[in-house]
Design a protein around this ligand. Structure first.
Ligand code: IPE
Ligand code: IPE
Ligand code: MG
Length: 248
């Protein structure tokens, strides 16, 4: 028993059948804080720590792509103070990441429209991407920031329209591939597994195009309480599912 415990669930996973791409909606920070009588921002700070732990765990497992939902195009509706606290945490996180990345060798990318962010945050995002691009890392972590699935598809549609106007694309015959070339995810595989903690059973505008054939898993655990053990448990469930992609 003690031996099994020490090995954890990861020991029972089939390393050859791990998802290539895991995507997570990091939800439940506010309720986690509320449950402890803390301000919602304390939940976001705890959630940022969980992100670091889970990204490192994915790297150790050998999962090559992790995409996390950090801030949606709809999250601007929140009180100003909460939005600026989240942006402040992101800034703090990225400043630390610049130091730690060299050690962790985690390649970071950002998916979303960064233009409405502060100049400082935008520069930090650019700098983080630039520095980590050179890492021959086994993992790429995509942080969705001011990201919306519909917004992403709309932008890709506009880009295709421009290509058609320029005579580089045939409006009657362009393909899924032509459109996907303009998505933030253009050079990575679609997610195999999408996880949503916090008990909500909805997709909230996350990776709408890319998740067409993803496996979904919804867990009650709030994001700040999410552990590597919980991820291993979900990966075990994923490995027992049969994916058919419309076939038999
Ligand atoms: C997710 O946690 C973080 C963001 C959306 C930025 P929430 O802040 O949505 O937490 P709950 O859902 O209110 O508990
Ligand atoms: C989705 O969570 C966005 C992120 C986790 C960044 P929300 O908390 O914003 O989603 P809803 O409002 O419950 O659908
Ligand atoms: Mg939420």
């Amino acid at each position: 028993m003690a031996f099994w415990k020490r090995r954890g669930q990861a020991g029972t996973l089939d390393r050859g059948r791990l998802p290539r791409h895991v995507a997570i909606i990091m939800d439940g920070n506010g309720r986690w804080a509320k449950g402890r009588g803390l301000p919602r921002t304390a939940g976001h700070a705890a959630g940022a720590e969980t992100f670091r732990t889970i990204a490192t765990h994915c790297k150790h497992l050998g999962i090559p792509y992790l995409t996390v939902y950090a801030f949606s195009t709809e999250n601007w509706k929140r009180p100003k103070e909460e939005v600026s606290a989240i942006m402040g945490l992101l800034e703090k996180y990225l400043l630390e990441a610049a130091e730690k990345m060299a050690k962790d060798k985690i390649r970071l990318r950002f998916f979303g429209d960064l233009t409405p962010l502060s100049r400082e945050l935008r520069l930090l995002c650019d700098e983080t991407e630039r520095i980590s691009r050179s890492y021959e890392s086994e993992i790429q972590v995509n942080i969705c920031l001011n990201y919306g699935g519909r917004d992403e598809i709309l932008r890709a549609a506009r880009a295709c329209a421009r290509d058609c106007m320029d005579g580089n694309l045939d409006p009657d015959n362009f393909t899924e591939k032509d459109l996907a070339r303009h998505l933030y995810s253009k050079d990575i595989p679609d997610p195999d597994l999408v996880i949503r903690p916090s008990g909500e059973v909805r997709i909230s505008n996350f990776l709408l195009w890319q998740s067409a054939y993803a496996e979904y898993y919804f867990t009650q655990v709030l994001w700040p309480d999410f552990t590597p053990g919980e991820l291993d448990r979900i990966l075990g469930i994923y490995q027992r599912r049969q994916r058919r992609f419309g076939g038999v």
